[in-house]
Structure formats: structure tokens, C-alpha cells
Design a protein around this ligand. Structure first.
Ligand SMILES: Cc1cc2nc3c(=O)[nH]c(=O)nc-3n(C[C@H](O)[C@H](O)[C@H](O)COP(=O)(O)O)c2cc1C
Length: 383
């Protein structure tokens, strides 16, 4: 298998000209350990440093673009005084050879740091006790789109190699695309095409800022959930029955057709397990990832993700034809994954979380508590 594992270690150049040393990406993971005001913390940097060796690309935790669109413990890129911390973060990742991409998001109805819960429409999340958000005014939507661009400007200024627009996993950009959370009847909603308007406007604004400010190749990627989001912690991708059907595979195929013509560096398909087929419809047993890869063909690179643990899993996922593959939970359990896979020690790759993983594997304490709180998310070893 060794020669095929080496295929994971071929360099890859994104359309903007950013060259990744290999095909392996660290998936964005919220660590809840930024400072209370959203500034980058030392614990956060240590967590990335422990994992950055040998990867082609690290995508950072979702980073808010306006204070009201952030979560406690998440990093912010909403103000120029966030710049020094972001600069330290980019440098720490890049020092070890990986490229660094800052993931940008707005929580929308998922939560807020400021008490002003907003969303496309006044529709709460389906979970018990969820607060009813306030529907955004058109002028406020324009401000948020502008804020994505401003955050991208800060990413350029601080040495990142790119930004990823987070349009999946139930955040504001996803909420605009979902017919469940977007019940507007203006230019932002009412038809499938109009539900794409917000995400596409963010892409346009970020690309405008990149053209204006970047003096080096700078990547712009887009992450999306191909169907209404997966339940966090579900063993596979079990949907929340209260949130059905929401975004369908057909909606997403139409959206990726449009996104594929926008000159993006990649589309990142957010999945809990790369093997899973769509939830409804007959697709010949093919996985969502393979269907999307076939649809986009060579128009834009895809990043696959979801339940890649062993080197065999990685090779199986690459058979869908995607050029890039992200690992999330696995890199929490095994920060030395890349080194072990590359040097023929795949059998030594750890696929369970040691009971003392928090200290031993540089996982920030709030993230450790989060991981422990969601049953089934990680296979924890008993003490
Ligand atoms: C603790 C944790 C935090 C996460 N935070 C984010 C995030 O900030 N942004 C995002 O797009 N996905 C987030 N995800 C989803 C992962 O990027 C990834 O899609 C998911 O974990 C499946 O891949 P895996 O099986 O390799 O972990 C998170 C996942 C975990 C486990």
C-alpha cells in the first residue's frame, strides 16, 4: 500500500496559484478557547502547532466577522485590533510548511455574543428552547456582506494564504440557502435562485477585496453542507427529523453549478462520513461526495471530509476523485497522522482518544469539555 499512500503526498496548486505541499487538510474545528473578546489565545496556537507538521493546509476554526455573529470562545476577525493575534496564528501554522486558511462565518440564529439574535427570517432552530431570531433588514444584510470582505482584508494583512466562506453546518450563510430558515420574499429568498443570493454576494465581496488588497496568491474557498445539516455527534449523518427536508441534494447540485463558475479555489463539502449517500432519492448507491465530484468535474477542486481515520480510509475517500481531503476528529486523536502515514507506520495511527488526551495532545480544555459532552462524537478510551 505504501506507493499508493504516497499519492496523498503529491503537491497541489489551487487555481489562485497557492501551492499546497500535499493533499491533506486539517478540517476547521471550533476549539472554544480564544480569549473572551475573540482575540487569539496561546492555547489555541499550541493546539494548531501540535497538528500542523506535514499537512498541506490548515483551515482554522470558524471566525466571526461581526461581534453579533460570533460565539463565546470563537476567534474574531471583526476589528483591526484582532490583527496582531491573527498574525501570530498565521505565522505559527505557516512556520511548519502548511498553508493557513481562515474560516469566516456568522452564526445567525445559532447564537450570538451580543444578545442580538438575527437570521434571514424570524424562525428559530428546531431544538428545544431555541430563541426566536429577529429577521434581518436588507441594509443589515449588506453590512454583514461587507464585514465578510473586511475580515478577508484582515486575513490578507496578517499573512494567511486564504479564507474559507463557511456556508454549511447551519450558520447564517447556510440559513440563507435553506428554505426552512429563509422564508423571505425579497431578493434574498422565495426561490432556489434567490436563496443563493446571500452566499454569492459574500463570494463577490470577498473576491473584490482579494483583487484589491492581495499582493500574492490568495485562496478563496466555500464550504457547504450538501443536505440540511447533520446532527452533531450523530454516529453517521442522521438528520434531525424536525429539520426536514430543508436543503436537498438537488438544491445543492444547482448551487454548485453556479459556484463552479465563480473562480473559487475550492468547494469544501461538509460531511460527517464521506461514504454516505444522499438521504432521499435514488442515486445508485453513490456517495454524496462522488455525486458532487462528478457534477463539478474539473471546474473547481473539491475537498472531501468525514470519518477518515486510517490511511486506507483516506485512499478510499480519494477514489471519489476529489483532489483534497480534510481530517478533523482524527487529527485530534492523532496529531502525528501525517508523519505516520508517510513513513509507512500507518498501523501505529491512533484511532481512539486517550483518557489524558487533553494534556497529552494539546487539546484546549474548553474543546475537551465540548468533545466529552456530545456522546458518540469521539471514541474515548476508558482510564
Ligand atoms: C469539535 C469540532 C468542532 C467543529 N467546528 C467546525 C467549525 O468551526 N467549522 C466547520 O466548518 N466545521 C466544524 N466542524 C466539522 C468538521 O470540520 C468536520 O466536517 C467533521 O468533524 C467531520 O470530519 P471528521 O470526521 O474528520 O471529524 C467541527 C467538528 C468538530 C468535531
Amino acid at each position: 500500500m505504501q506507493s499508493t499512500v504516497q499519492s496523498l503526498f503529491q503537491p497541489y496548486t489551487l487555481p489562485s496559484g497557492v501551492t499546497l505541499a500535499n493533499r491533506l487538510v486539517m478540517a476547521p474545528m471550533t476549539h472554544l478557547s480564544s480569549q473572551p473578546d475573540g482575540k487569539v489565545s496561546a492555547a489555541e496556537i499550541a493546539y494548531y502547532v501540535r497538528r500542523s507538521e506535514g499537512l498541506g493546509l490548515i483551515i482554522t476554526a470558524a471566525t466571526w466577522v461581526t461581534p453579533s455573529g460570533g460565539m463565546h470562545g470563537s476567534p474574531g476577525a471583526a476589528a483591526d485590533d484582532d490583527i496582531p493575534g491573527l498574525r501570530r496564528l498565521a505565522a505559527a501554522i505557516r512556520e511548519r510548511g502548511a498553508k493557513a486558511v481562515l474560516q469566516l462565518f456568522h452564526t445567525g440564529r445559532q447564537g450570538t455574543r451580543t444578545g442580538d439574535l438575527v437570521a434571514p427570517s424570524a424562525v428559530p432552530e428546531a431544538r428545544e428552547g431555541a430563541a426566536v431570531p429577529r429577521a434581518l433588514e436588507e441594509a443589515e444584510i449588506a453590512d454583514i456582506i461587507h464585514a465578510f470582505g473586511e475580515a478577508a482584508r484582515r486575513a490578507i494583512a496578517t499573512g494567511f494564504d486564504g479564507v474559507e466562506i463557511h456556508g454549511g453546518n447551519g450558520n447564517l450563510t447556510h440559513q440563507f440557502f435553506s428554505p426552512l430558515s429563509n422564508q423571505r420574499n425579497d431578493r434574498y429568498g422565495g426561490t432556489l435562485e434567490r436563496r443563493m443570493t446571500f452566499g454569492l454576494a459574500v463570494v463577490d465581496e470577498v473576491q473584490r477585496v482579494v483583487r484589491e488588497h492581495a499582493d500574492r496568491p490568495f485562496a478563496v474557498g466555500y464550504r457547504l453542507s450538501p443536505e440540511e445539516r447533520d446532527m452533531p455527534g450523530a454516529a453517521s449523518d442522521a438528520p434531525d427529523e424536525r429539520e426536514q427536508p430543508g436543503i436537498t441534494m438537488e438544491d445543492t447540485l444547482a448551487f454548485v453549478d453556479v459556484l463552479a463558475g465563480r473562480g473559487l479555489d475550492y468547494l469544501h463539502i461538509s460531511l460527517t462520513d464521506f461514504r454516505n449517500p444522499p438521504r432521499r432519492g435514488s442515486w445508485g448507491g453513490r456517495s454524496r461526495l462522488a455525486i458532487l465530484q462528478e457534477r463539478v468535474g474539473g471546474r473547481v477542486p473539491l475537498i472531501g471530509v468525514g470519518a477518515v481515520h486510517t490511511a486506507e480510509d483516506a485512499l478510499e475517500a480519494m477514489q471519489s476523485g476529489v483532489p483534497l481531503l480534510a481530517l478533523g476528529r482524527e487529527l485530534l486523536m492523532e496529531p502525528d497522522w501525517v508523519d505516520k502515514a508517510r513513513s509507512g507506520r500507518s498501523a501505529d495511527i491512533r484511532t481512539t482518544m486517550p483518557a489524558n488526551g487533553c494534556e497529552r495532545l494539546s487539546i484546549p480544555d474548553p474543546m475537551w469539555q465540548l468533545l466529552r459532552s456530545i456522546p458518540g462524537w469521539l471514541p474515548f478510551e476508558e482510564k
